[in-house]
Design a protein around this ligand. Structure first.
Ligand code: TMP
Length: 227
């Protein structure tokens, strides 16, 4: 029988995903957790989706409106959610095969800034949820997903003061909708036994980090401070 390319043999690595609406702090906390683990002698690998691979790079261009489609009237339009969902899934397949699974099989703790829960939350605004589930069903399940929950108004303020390039998803109405879609998808995945923890991110980064570390320690006991 052919081995499933999107699963791994669960040698010894753990797969931790950070999720949340834009401005919730997933990138900050992925980096902080990675540094914490490495400082405590763990072999950890930090990565993100869209990935830095070829399809992920194309997606980033689409999200920042540098790649899109030209309508019949000549005006520019961003890629639609169905096309994006397929691109994100293609990127995920490539990311799993080229980076995530090799790291896990090498015994590393993999921390991923966003994964398929992002597709269920963001793309469900314009694509059928059941179809998105099917599209992502083969992909390796994380051992732990932390959803950083923050009020959309706070998130938008953070994104604006951040000075990052505007992405197609960053407006208040959209963030409210994406947060609601996240909460629905979390319930759905939990009902299938997926380990997802909601952590409030509307407080000092240090406190949020401490809680994420505690959750990671539950998964990989040796990750805590030594001595
Ligand atoms: P970020 O790198 O700042 O997190 O931005 C990535 C954006 O891509 C963010 O707005 C969420 C979005 N996204 C999706 O819409 N679907 C996905 O499957 C993933 C991984 C990200």
């Amino acid at each position: 029988m052919m081995m499933d390319p999107f699963q791994h043999r669960r040698a010894s690595g753990s797969f931790i995903v950070l999720e949340g609406i834009d401005g919730s702090g997933t990138t900050t906390h992925a980096g902080l957790l990675h540094r914490h683990l490495v400082r405590h002698g763990r072999r950890a690998h930090c990565t993100r989706e869209p990935s830095d691979g070829p399809i992920g790079s194309l997606i980033r261009l689409a999200l920042s409106r540098r790649v899109g489609v030209r309508g019949a009237d000549g005006t520019f339009a961003p890629l639609d959610e169905t096309t994006l969902a397929l691109a994100f899934a293609a990127d995920r397949a490539d990311h799993l095969r080229s980076e995530i699974i090799p790291s896990l099989e090498n015994g590393e703790i993999v921390i991923c800034d966003r994964y398929y829960l992002s597709s269920l939350a963001y793309q469900s605004a314009g694509a059928d949820y059941g179809w998105l589930r099917t599209l992502n069903t083969k992909f390796l399940r994380p051992d732990l997903t932390v959803f950083l929950d923050v009020p959309p108004t706070v998130a938008l303020e953070r994104v604006r003061t951040d000075g990052r390039m505007a992405q197609i998803y960053e407006n208040l109405e959209r963030l409210v909708q994406v947060r609601a879609a996240y909460l629905r998808a979390i319930e759905d995945l939990r009902s299938e036994g997926e380990h997802i923890v909601v952590v409030s991110s509307d407080r000092p980064a240090r406190d949020v980090h401490a809680e994420i570390v505690r959750l990671a320690e539950g998964l990989v006991p040796e990750a805590g401070p030594k001595g």
